[in-house]
Ligand binder design. Structure first.
Ligand code: HEC
Length: 169
């Protein structure tokens, strides 16, 4: 019995540890992306669009740790690869209907897998490339690189998308 209890404690501890690790990866991804964006936008928003285009996915891969994959998704995605996977969609709907108040959710997404979704709010800076009045140079760069872009027309405070993570239990 004691052994079983110890095992159960260890298991719940380790899954919590993985959750914390995944959250750390998400946070450092957010920081790395913002750092790159802020440096690039000093030159111009159009230049920063190019930098996002060439570097966002690499920065995302670089943030990953062994056994933890991360990324960003949106129902109104700019990059075609950032459309939500099936396990994400139901929860994304709930977030948009304001039925989830927590800062992030942890979901069972397979036999030994968990998934995290954390909403990303649109801030003032984001409007330069995701707002309703994007300057012509920036907007033509966006449509050149992302002909199927859906990520315009946002207002400050709206949920732009979600960070996600997948990891083993
Ligand atoms: C300089 C223009 C620019 C600014 C400013 C900007 N973004 Fe983006 N955003 C992009 C581009 C370009 C992509 C596509 C990146 C890629 O190819 O992976 C993107 C993608 C995203 C995605 C991934 C989902 C998707 O639509 O592909 C999210 C989420 C996102 N941006 C949120 C934000 C937030 C939040 C801010 C403000 C902190 C912001 N962005 C500011 C240009 C910008």
């Amino acid at each position: 019995m004691k052994k079983l209890l110890l095992l159960l404690t260890l298991c719940s501890f380790s899954s919590h540890a993985n959750e914390q690790e995944a959250i750390k990866v998400i946070k450092s991804l957010g920081q790395n992306l913002k750092k790159e964006l802020k440096a690039a936008i000093k030159i111009s928003p159009a230049h920063a669009v190019e930098v996002c285009n060439t570097k966002a996915m690499k920065i995302t891969k670089d943030a990953e740790l062994k056994g933890i994959t991360v990324g960003r998704v949106s129902l109104k995605n700019r990059n075609p690869d950032n459309y939500p996977k099936d396990w994400m969609k139901a929860f994304i709907d709930k977030y948009h209907q304001k039925k989830v108040k927590k800062p992030y959710v942890v979901l069972d997404i397979g036999k030994n897998k968990k998934g995290i979704l954390m909403p990303i709010k649109t801030g003032g800076l984001c409007l330069k490339c995701h707002g309703s009045h994007v300057d012509p140079k920036t907007s033509s760069k966006i449509s050149e690189l992302y002909p199927k872009d859906k990520a315009l027309g946002y207002k400050a405070g709206q949920i732009r998308g979600f960070f996600w993570a997948e990891y083993s239990k």
